[in-house]
Design a protein around this ligand. Structure first.
Ligand SMILES: Nc1ncnc2c1ncn2[C@@H]1O[C@H](COP(=O)(O)OP(=O)(O)OP(=O)(O)O)[C@@H](O)[C@H]1O
Ligand SMILES: [Mg+2]
Length: 369
């Protein structure tokens, strides 16, 4: 029986643990016990923080794991690559993991390979000097996700408080200040094997917009013109190569200006969260992405076959999307899965504030907002 280490045990990892169990794989899950819903589902659970790379390496060596992975947790990526590198298992290099989980390092790697990026500066508590950038700018922590600490700033006056907010949220106490790119936003879901990338889907993203840009909905396939999608795909390949992402899932985020220019916002060497990787890709394309990621971690790969052409998406419930609440109590022909997690609806400052989700599949895009 193959043994798979899974880093993280929150609800995000549940589809991974369940799929690996169903594939007859012995699952070994590592995470801080708080909120570890996979604890009861995995064959083995170890209450070790996902950041404790040495302790996880020691345990994985003792178990004799055959592979190690996660699906949507950025913070787990360096630990996974570290352990995989030490044990000669399939993943990306540790250096690649450091670049894909720090937005400052990532921007530098993109710049070195001529990927189109916004003008940016890295600031710290001590070095708050920002070179001349055009306002509006976006200020964000170098190493967080879920839009925590992200603010759009219109003028110099509001910059110090946005920098303080971002630095407070940052683990490494670093923030990025970068020029704001006007336009629509997409993500690209991909899977790579030995450095060859396969693009599975382009996802249209809808957010609250300024100031904090929290995701409200995602839809597949993208409705952008074919020529723009081709450009997005070629930028995705460039960005994955720039970060030396060679194996496993990729989630690349882009902004597309009204002129059709494509700027990279960030690339994760893992699946996208928000059910994009775990649910939407399979619903719209027929490809079992989670199974594909597990197979790669265990050193086997089958070329993805995209044999379904459906529309899928997810809506999140919040104060901003209050008008979709009735769809949670009615039975709709597009329903796949839905849940209200909290009765109180908030105006969003980050993705944890959201109160529920509704996943759909249909033969057309479902517009609820
Ligand atoms: N330079 C930029 N120009 C325009 N919009 C931006 C820029 N940088 C970030 N954004 C907006 O802010 C959102 C969050 O930024 P970013 O992805 O860098 O942070 P994050 O915390 O990793 O977010 P998430 O985990 O939700 O993807 C983006 O999805 C985008 O809508
Ligand atoms: Mg992002």
């Amino acid at each position: 029986m193959k043994k798979l280490a899974i880093i993280g045990a929150s609800y995000l990892q549940l589809p991974l643990v369940e799929k690996a169990n169903a594939m007859g794989i012995e699952t070994h899950c590592f995470a801080w016990p708080e909120g570890a819903v996979c604890k009861e589902v995995a064959a083995y659970f170890y209450p070790i923080s996902i950041l404790e790379k040495e302790a996880i390496l020691e345990k994985c060596t003792e178990i004799g794991i055959d592979g190690i992975t996660t699906i949507a947790t950025d913070m787990a990526v360096p630990t996974i690559c570290y352990v995989a590198e030490k044990l000669n298992l399939i993943s990306n290099s540790y250096a690649s993991a450091l670049a894909s989980t720090n937005k400052g390092e990532m921007r530098k790697a993109f710049a070195a390979q001529c990927c189109a990026i916004p003008k940016f500066a890295v600031v710290t508590e001590w070095e708050r000097e920002v070179p001349s950038l055009h306002f509006p700018v976006i200020v964000k922590p170098a190493d967080r996700s879920g839009s925590r600490g992200v603010t759009k700033v219109l003028s110099t006056d509001d910059l110090p408080s946005a920098i303080t907010y971002a630095i407070e949220e940052s683990f490494s106490k670093q923030a990025l200040v970068e020029e704001y790119i006007e336009g629509v936003e997409v993500s690209v879901e991909s899977i790579s094997w030995n450095g060859a990338h396969h693009i599975l889907a382009i996802t249209d993203k809808m957010t609250t917009g300024a100031p904090h840009f929290v995701e409200l909905a995602h839809h597949q396939p993208s409705q952008l013109p074919a020529a723009v999608q081709e450009k997005i795909k070629s930028e995705t390949l460039k960005c994955l190569n720039a970060l030396e992402v060679k194996n496993g899932a990729g989630h690349s985020e882009f902004k597309i200006t009204p002129e059709g220019d494509v700027f990279v916002i960030e690339v994760g060497a893992r699946m996208g969260g928000d059910f994009i990787g775990s649910h939407l890709v399979e619903l719209s394309t027929g490809y079992d992405f989670v199974k594909g990621v597990i197979a790669i971690a265990l050193n086997s790969f089958e070329e993805p076959i995209l044999n379904k052409h459906q529309f899928s998406g997810v809506y999140f419930l919040s104060k901003e999307t209050e008008q979709i609440k009735s769809y949670f109590s009615s039975s709709n022909d597009f329903d796949v899965e839905k849940q209200i997690q909290s009765e109180s609806l908030k105006l969003l400052t980050n993705s944890n504030d959201r109160s529920g989700y509704l996943i759909y599949q249909s033969n057309k895009k479902v517009e609820l907002l």
